[in-house]
Design a binder for this molecule. Structure first.
Ligand SMILES: [Cu+2]
Ligand SMILES: [Zn+2]
Length: 181
């Protein structure tokens, strides 16, 4: 934990440097703060990885998953950086620093941790990239890696994008704790 705290401090420092005026105009400079997660199933089997990169427009979340049942799966950022198998309820609810309801189709939505459904092919693999507008890895009003961290969760079923609090997406079939770097 201490090591993680030091890493987070370094990220903050590099973030401050990256905020200096630049002529490149790049949305995601090479020095951009990042976070990673390794996805695992309830039995501990590898289920892929997640890379989050902070850019000027928010958090770019790249999910590469494997070993899923073919079809659509809900993918969310959950509010606690804890993935205790087999049900992963330790990850808590959806990341919701702005105090909204669930789902992009909910008039009172949406959670910052709500993301589009991901399609797993017949081989069980799926990939998704999504930008969480306004998010930061650390610092600012809505830091992803706050005191209790954050996790990525993949569900058994698709998200209906409106049912509070979790989109009727079924059980949690994969989970990964996000860590800085
Ligand atoms: Cu979820
Ligand atoms: Zn939600």
């Amino acid at each position: 934990m201490k090591k993680a705290a030091i890493a987070a401090s370094l990220i903050l420092l590099s973030s401050a440097c990256a905020a200096a005026p630049s002529s490149s105009g790049s949305a995601a400079p090479a020095s951009a703060p990042t976070a990673h997660a390794k996805l695992v199933a309830g039995d501990g089997a590898a289920r892929g990885e997640v890379v989050v990169t902070q850019a000027t427009d928010g958090l770019h979340v790249l999910v590469r998953a494997q070993g899923l049942t073919p079809g659509m799966h809900a993918v969310h950022i959950h509010t606690t950086g804890s993935c205790t198998p087999p049900d992963f309820t330790s990850a808590g609810g959806h990341w919701n620093p702005t105090g909204h309801k669930h789902g992009k189709d909910n008039p009172a939505g949406m959670h910052m941790g709500d993301m589009p459904n991901m399609l797993a092919g017949t081989d069980g693999s799926g990939e998704m990239e999504y930008v969480v507008a306004g998010g930061t890895i650390s610092g600012g009003p809505t830091p992803l890696l706050d005191a209790d961290g954050a996790a990525i969760v993949i569900h058994a079923q698709a998200d209906d994008n409106k049912s509070d609090p979790a989109g009727n997406a079924g059980g949690r079939v994969a989970c990964g704790v996000l860590s800085a770097g």
